[in-house]
Design a protein around this ligand. Structure first.
Ligand SMILES: Cc1cc2nc3c(=O)[nH]c(=O)nc-3n(C[C@H](O)[C@H](O)[C@H](O)COP(=O)(O)O)c2cc1C
Length: 366
């Protein structure tokens, strides 16, 4: 029976264990989206993960709306990623990068005052920080033309080639959490009447075309995808999300992707654990490939999940922020550090590269 430390064959790779680092935006790139040397150090510290999925990274300027979030479309950004992949490979880590276009979640402050783009003319409910202010309310997006859709898909295809050129091992498509791909998928945000809107298959057309394009560009063994069926961030809803995501998974099956990564709402994020509508058990039945589950796991729940066949691997977000040696801590049953939320998104080393390993902690003088 596999456990957390059993190797796993995933796409083109064999992972040394099943403890995956979930993508974590940490806002440590520079204002042009160039990853800095500090991020190479941060990721190398975590190279004992079976797989690192690096933070959400923009495929084009129109999709980048996260303050100090990285991109992978300029020469400088690609060089920044190259440093990260080299450092992680020094310790024999495997690293994919998550790719996103934020769609309607890009504030015009990032776009020289221009409107963001999305499936339809929608306004997300919420705020994000921008270079102008901390809580900037989203503005109305405009609907993409079909020519523009083709351009965005081509940008994804170029971005995955850039990722491989930078020495990264693969990519994860961010089709979760209400960003552009999700905005196309859900009927609350996709109001189109052309072949990209209406029926479930039409709404999934964008996801399918992006996935096909990136698989054609680098091969499906280097491509994973992340979905979050029951998350409704910023009121991006789908009236029949069970059916929509069941169909999405059916459509992904023949592509033979490296993995499917499912994010469930987090018990600690204001959701009542009793009312979370967990989708992973049903989607596990539908999906033929490697499944990574995520959301509020401990070592014990992850072990149970893998032992019961609920997923093949488990990813951890917050635990990896505060525990660079999370795998060793799990292996030995050592206690975990708790991360400091106030430094999740601050620019600089504090709360980023200064969390100690357990052995460093144990040997430091009291
Ligand atoms: C600081 C922070 C940044 C995050 N950034 C991303 C991201 O870039 N992409 C993404 O898909 N999820 C992101 N997430 C969600 C995590 O990947 C993960 O799904 C979530 O933390 C739940 O897992 P956990 O309970 O193990 O922390 C982020 C979460 C946190 C706390």
């Amino acid at each position: 029976m596999p456990d957390l430390f059993t190797p796993l064959s995933l796409g083109d790779y064999t992972l040394k264990n099943r403890v995956v680092m979930a993508p974590l935006s940490r806002s440590r790139a520079n204002s042009n989206g160039v990853p800095q040397p500090i991020s190479a150090q941060y990721y190398r510290q975590r190279a004992s993960a079976g797989l690192i999925i690096a933070e959400a990274t923009a495929t084009s300027p129109t999709g980048r709306g996260w303050i100090n979030g990285p991109g992978i479309y300029t020469r400088e950004q690609i060089a920044g990623w190259q440093q990260i992949s080299e450092e992680v490979h020094r310790d024999e880590g495997v690293i994919f990068v998550q790719l996103w276009h934020m769609g309607a979640a890009v504030h015009p402050d990032f776009l020289g005052g221009n409107k963001p783009v999305s499936a339809s003319q929608i306004t997300l409910e919420g705020t994000l920080p921008t270079p102008i202010g901390r809580d900037r309310p989203f503005k109305q997006a405009r609907s993409l033309s079909k020519t523009e859709i083709r351009k965005i898909i081509a940008e994804f295809a170029q971005a995955v080639k850039n990722a491989i050129a930078a020495g990264l091992d693969g990519i994860e498509l961010h089709a979760a959490n209400s960003f552009l791909i999700d905005q196309f998928t859900r009927d609350g945000s996709n109001l189109r009447t052309d072949e990209y809107g209406g029926s479930i298959d039409n709404r999934l057309r964008f996801l399918s075309e992006v996935t096909d394009a990136v698989c054609d560009a680098i091969g499906s063994g280097k491509v994973g995808i992340r979905l979050s069926p029951s998350n409704e961030i910023w009121q991006v809803k789908d009236s029949q999300y069970r059916d929509t995501y069941a169909r999405a998974v059916e459509l992904l099956n023949p592509l033979d992707l490296a993995y499917l990564h499912l994010l469930e709402p987090r018990p600690d994020s204001g959701h009542d654990i009793q009312t979370i509508d967990y989708q992973t058990p049903d989607l596990r039945q539908i999906y033929n490939g490697i499944l990574i589950s995520n959301g509020g796991h401990s070592a014990a729940s992850a072990k149970q999940m893998i032992l019961n066949g609920g997923s093949d691997a488990v990813s951890f977000g917050k635990p990896f922020i505060a525990n660079p040696d999370l795998v060793e801590r799990f292996r030995h049953g050592w206690p975990l550090n708790i991360g400091n939320r106030s430094t999740y998104y601050t620019n600089g080393p504090e709360g980023y590269i200064d969390y100690p390993t357990f052995t460093a902690e144990a040997s430091s003088p009291v």
